[in-house]
Design a protein around this ligand. Structure first.
Ligand code: FES
Length: 218
């Protein structure tokens, strides 16, 4: 697991997390405008606005925001910073992997609240309250930060290991139903991150907007 230690001489005056956040936001904006310029670059995403760029990330606020970790066009990357292609997981398998938003210049933005669970079932397996327009090619993504006390949701449980399990107090979330709580003390679902697949040859997984709700403990 890499760390955010790539600040350069120009950015030494800023805290590392602040620079990473601004880099992520700048990159997200660049990706979004590139997607606009590339016309049909994105399969399932409807351009409805430039989410997130009006909030604290650009106005110099001190913290990351669930609205700015990912915006439209942010590439999803693995822990090594590699973009995730559509064939990374087998369709219908229910397999999952931990991913992050890509930073400007490449690399994974590995801050705890950015940790994201990417899962792939059959596209027709999802039910409401899943944000169905935020699924693509069988992929769905959710925050990995538990809404009970903020632990990282890192295990699977249930029939065919369908559900996500938080190891701290055994909250269970159903990813086929919007990661709603089906066991344990968590008070609300894991927020969903809407994703799409680029239509270029690489067919990469990207965010099509920000997380739908605040991350972790409200
Ligand atoms: S922090 Fe996840 S169940 Fe308590």
């Amino acid at each position: 697991m890499s760390t955010n230690d790539d600040t350069d001489a120009e950015t030494e005056a800023q805290p590392a997390h602040e620079e990473d956040r601004l880099q992520a936001t700048r990159r997200n904006a660049a990706k979004f405008f590139a997607a606009l310029g590339g016309a049909a670059a994105v399969g399932t995403f409807a351009v409805s606005g430039l989410y997130g760029l009006e909030d604290s990330a650009l106005s110099g606020g001190p913290d990351y925001s669930y609205k700015t970790l990912y915006t439209q066009g942010t590439r999803v990357v693995d822990g090594e910073g590699n973009p995730v292609a559509v064939d990374a997981l087998s369709e219908g398998s229910g397999e999952s992997m931990t991913v992050f938003p890509e930073k400007e210049g490449g690399g994974a933005l590995q801050v705890p609240m950015a940790t994201t669970l990417l899962v792939r079932f059959s596209q027709d397996a999802y039910e409401e309250p899943t944000m169905l327009e935020g699924t693509a090619e069988g992929y769905a993504a959710y925050s990995a930060t538990c809404t009970h006390a903020g632990c990282t949701v890192s295990s699977r449980t249930g029939p065919n290991d369908q559900n996500f399990l938080c190891p701290c107090h055994q909250s269970v979330f159903n990813p086929l139903q919007g990661a709603k709580v089906v066991g344990g003390p968590a008070p609300r679902p894991l927020p969903q991150l809407p994703v799409g697949v680029t239509e270029d040859g690489d067919q990469l997984i990207i965010a099509t907007g920000p997380f739908e709700a605040p991350i972790g403990v409200e």
